[in-house]
Write a protein that binds this ligand. Structure first.
Ligand SMILES: NC(=O)c1ccc[n+]([C@@H]2O[C@H](COP(=O)([O-])OP(=O)(O)OC[C@H]3O[C@@H](n4cnc5c(N)ncnc54)[C@H](OP(=O)(O)O)[C@@H]3O)[C@@H](O)[C@H]2O)c1
Length: 275
């Protein structure tokens, strides 16, 4: 008997996350389960109703809640014994009108601590041939950052070290000192760099055993997408739709693992150099 496959997407009530859940449901079978999760249980349940293929369950997973990922992972372990596919996709929407000092705390809670908590909670549950994918961005490469800051995120080997660097950056933004230092004003850049650093740090610990078990841990860049989040910053009217952008990410999940992708930032199937 084949075991059902279990997939999870965070931030799946709209945008790329919804497209990933939709694509997973379509490419998996009716015996499989996709958890379409979001910060609002009603909207997650509503979004799940429109999807077909695999069984889609809309459930609450507010990644800003410090306990949520652990609780959710425990539930999945009790219900299914493990998980096969995890997409950490959630992002807090901010725009040019937002004062970084005002938003940096919740922003890092969702995008960064939410990511490291997800990795800690779910990495131990991933079954053989599983996928643990963080949706990052090409902005997550060190050449986006002033050289004097590179050492902060280069070659970190634990998620705690990554969190420590995010705390230092968050506090510098909050007290205004980041503005007079070398930090970029666009908070998305250090945030995505830290997400990629988190994947690299965890990968440095798990590479050998994950690859022996057919597991892929990677960060991905979906490219520019036409969503309200990117529309706050750029003209994305001609950019790919979330469904179009999801294809390359879903291909990473359903194609055999390319060991070169392990622990890397991958865009359209190609490795994005780290610096
Ligand atoms: N759009 C682009 O051009 C682009 C480019 C490169 C990378 N990316 C990355 O792709 C990912 C998706 O981006 P997107 O443009 O699709 O964003 P989006 O349309 O704004 O969707 C973001 C999702 O995250 C959810 N979310 C927000 N806070 C959350 C929380 N605390 N817990 C759980 N979910 C939460 C939102 O829920 P609500 O529905 O409740 O708001 C929404 O479902 C992000 O990681 C983004 O950085 C996007």
């Amino acid at each position: 008997m084949t075991t059902s496959r279990i997939a999870l997407v965070t931030g799946a009530t709209q945008g790329l996350g919804l497209a990933l859940a939709e694509g997973l449901a379509r490419r998996l079978t009716a015996r499989d389960v996709v958890y379409l999760t979001g910060r609002d249980s009603g909207r997650a349940a509503e979004a799940a109703k429109s999807l077909s293929g695999a069984e889609v369950r809309g459930e609450l997973l507010d990644v800003a809640d410090p306990e949520a990922a652990t609780r959710f992972a425990e539930r999945l372990r009790d219900r299914h014994g493990g998980v096969d596919i995890v997409f950490g996709n959630a992002v807090m929407r901010v725009g040019p009108e937002d004062d970084p000092r005002e938003i940096i705390d919740p922003y890092t809670q969702v995008n960064n601590f939410g990511t490291t908590r997800l990795l800690r909670a779910f990495a131990p549950l991933v079954r053989d041939n599983g996928r643990l994918i963080v949706v990052a961005s090409s902005l997550g490469t060190l050449h986006q950052l002033a050289p004097v800051l590179h050492r902060r995120f280069d070659d970190l080997s634990t998620l705690d070290q990554v969190d420590k660097q995010v705390v230092a950056w968050r506090d510098a933004v909050a007290d205004g000192s980041a503005r007079s230092g070398a930090w970029p004003g666009f908070v998305n850049i250090p945030s995505k760099i830290a997400q990629v650093a988190a994947v690299r740090a965890l990968a440095s610990q798990r590479r050998e055993s994950d690859l022996a078990r057919g597991i892929l841990l990677a960060a991905v860049c979906p490219g520019m997408i036409n969503t309200p989040t990117s529309a706050k910053w750029w003209d994305v009217s001609t950019a790919p739709s979330p469904a179009e952008a999801a294809v390359a990410l879903l291909d990473l999940v359903f194609a055999p693992v390319n060991p070169e992708h392990y622990g890397q930032l991958v865009r359209y199937g190609q490795i994005v150099p780290s610096k």
